[in-house]
Design a protein around this ligand. Structure first.
Ligand code: AHR
Length: 613
């Protein structure tokens, strides 16, 4: 029996307690929330982004065309363009099965082109059954210029193709097709069904843009280094302004990111759905498997200044340099930024804290109202976790970001995790968590766990499930909250749980006691999970062994891409870029069928560092 004392007052629950974490993983941005229908619109795909890419990925050519990188380019931040011979055409295949259009809806086409005056460009939308929208002809004016046309789809299709043909020689860049019907009908907007699914959660905050995405890769900017940096950390200034001037980047998750969905769009979306924006900026101590602190004072100062400029971009008056840029993009009013996170999963505690304190001192000197969030390292089980928490306490950090992904059983068993957290220390931001799976039992375990978060709402101030989105054809990480393809989207059981809690945030916890605590028992189902990070840049060899030394997995990073090889028995395979065990027999070598006891698995990861690194 449960006893509830209505007169007793438990923790106050903030309206912002439950939020979302958006990271461009699983093609969450391009081919996902960002409504652009053309893939590789600026011909910037590169083997640096993904070994299978070329500048013509997603394009096919009829006639003669080649991607060129020379002084005739559109601008310095958009270096590749397509040189199309007279009488030739190029066709874009979109994402998933193609370009999805709905009968009767309008679609806005645009292209930057440089061609002799009098050259005619013809644009067609079609699928295997014929034309989807009538062709449009536009006449070139000479020199680079942007041309636009609007289509109305005559049929619904999920396999559309967009073709641009030219009568004369032409240079093309930024070939774009947007549905008119974006979320809130905003220009350079978001895909409506996906944005609506997020809006229906009524999240209290939006953490963005990552994750590992944020601070891996070079900390230098696009033009700072020798050559033009492709693999650079997520730097907000790259992501604002006219889309044709946003230099694309190699995404940490193995594809190209256009930055069409950038900081302005993140702020605007947060405002549209009534959520507090919570950006994460790179800390120059790279987590996610790249343990190298960047030791360059000038670079660190520039990143700190960039962070101050970001706050000015969000909140500054239109007379300030960065506030003016926000106004020019269409939003003179401030975005009311109050929280900012420095770094993500930093696993070099001391180096991180040295830098974190420099960021925080500079931010709070100029903007004393800002809450600057820190983090507790790669995950709560890591060897640096306690050290990181102690350093956070010593540094009198306001709020610490914790991340963990674990079995549903773990979530059930750890409902009391925060009951014993120090009330006088930093508050908790549970920035990433999920149980391993999208089944009903996962949602249920997470719901049970969230009651523990809520009971401790005096110390756990913010919480977000992760990751938010997955395009079913480009998955790097599962489970995920919302799934989609090029024309449909669906929430997981976990999504329904998040929706239930976010739409029913209480004001205050009413303390209760129970005569018995339900015990967690039953057969263990599902694989034993382990995750680790390693990159071919840093390691020669990674092995995972059980505590008794039995080899389980290894990767020598030879060949094109990092691939796990299973060195034990059973069948294992790579699915959607993830290493998964595919037969139950192999699974049962660790957990026998019908075994109801709890086992303590102790898996060991051994990595051999590359010499000289
Ligand atoms: O949510 C996916 C990844 O998990 C994030 O990028 C990272 O922060 C965490 O390890």
């Amino acid at each position: 029996s449960i006893t509830v004392d209505p007169a007793a007052r438990g923790a106050k629950i903030d309206k912002t307690m439950y939020g979302i974490f958006f990271e461009d993983i699983n093609r969450a941005a391009d081919g996902g929330l960002y409504a652009e229908l053309v893939q590789n619109r600026s011909f910037e795909y590169s083997t640096d982004d993904n070994k299978s890419y070329t500048p013509l990925t997603a394009w096919s050519v009829d006639g003669t065309a080649q991607v060129v990188n020379d002084a005739g380019r559109l601008n310095d931040r958009n270096r590749d363009y397509l040189s199309l011979a007279a009488g030739s055409s190029v066709t874009n295949a979109g994402y998933n099965t193609g370009i999805a259009v709905e009968q009767g809806k309008k679609y806005d086409f645009s292209v930057w082109a440089r061609a002799e005056s009098g050259t005619a460009l013809t644009v067609t939308l079609q699928d295997a059954d014929g034309t989807l929208a009538s062709a449009r002809r536009v006449a070139a004016k000479g020199g680079w210029a942007q041309y636009r046309a609007t289509f109305t789809a005559t049929r619904t299709s999920t396999t559309g193709r967009l073709t641009v043909a030219s009568t004369g020689a032409a240079a093309l860049d930024m070939v774009s097709l947007f549905p008119r019907d974006t979320y809130k009908h905003e220009a350079n907007g978001l895909r409506k069904d996906l944005a609506e699914k997020v809006a229906a959660l009524h999240p209290g905050f939006v953490r963005f843009p990552g994750g590992c995405l944020v601070n891996t890769g070079s900390m230098q900017d696009y033009s700072e280094a020798s050559g033009w940096q492709r693999k650079r950390s997520y730097q907000w200034k790259d992501t604002i302004g006219p889309v044709e001037q946003r230099a694309t980047n190699a995404n940490f998750w193995g594809y190209n990111q256009s930055y069409g969905l950038g900081y302005y769009e993140y702020f605007r979306f947060s405002e549209d759905i009534g959520a507090m924006p919570l950006p994460v900026v790179p800390a120059l101590v790279t987590g996610c498997g790249q343990n190298k602190a960047v030791d360059d004072d000038a670079l660190l100062k520039r990143h700190i200044q960039d962070t101050l400029d970001l706050i000015e971009f969000a909140n500054g008056p239109v007379t300030s340099p960065w506030g003016k840029k926000r106004a020019e993009m269409g939003h003179p009013k401030p975005f009311h930024l109050t929280h900012i996170e420095v770094g993500n999963e930093e696993n070099l505690p001391n180096e991180f804290f040295t830098r974190f304190k420099q960021f925080r001192a500079a931010i709070q000197a100029k903007y004393p109202y800002m809450t600057v969030l820190s983090n507790s390292g790669p995950d709560d089980a890591g060897s640096t976790f306690d050290t990181a928490w102690q350093l956070n306490r010593d540094a009198k950090v306001d709020m610490v970001d914790e991340h963990y992904y674990n079995s549903p059983q773990w979530f059930l068993q750890n409902n009391d995790r925060y009951d014993s957290y120090d009330r006088s220390g930093p508050k908790v931001f549970l920035g990433e968590y999920a149980s391993w799976g999208n089944a009903f039992k996962n949602g249920l375990a997470e719901a049970a766990y969230m009651t523990g978060l809520e009971r401790n709402a005096d110390v756990v101030k913010l919480a977000s499930y992760a990751p938010l989105f997955a395009n079913e054809d480009y998955v790097q990480w599962r489970p995920d909250l919302v799934w989609f393809n090029n024309h449909a989207s669906w929430g997981s059981a976990n999504y329904e749980v998040q929706k239930l809690f976010m739409n029913n945030v209480g004001d205050r916890v009413v303390p209760s006691t129970a005569t018995t605590t339900p015990s967690v028992s039953g057969p263990i189902s599902g694989a034993v999970g382990l995750s680790t990070w390693a990159t071919s840049a840093a390691y020669d060899d990674v092995k995972v062994t059980a505590a008794d030394g039995t080899p389980l997995l290894s990767d020598d990073f030879s060949g094109d891409a990092a691939r796990w090889t299973h060195t034990g028995g059973g069948s294992w395979s790579i699915q959607d870029g993830q290493y998964v065990q595919t037969d139950a027999a192999a699974e049962n070598t660790m957990v026998s069928a019908g075994d109801t006891a709890w086992h303590d698995y102790d898996l060991h990861v051994k990595a051999t560092k590359k010499s000289g690194k």
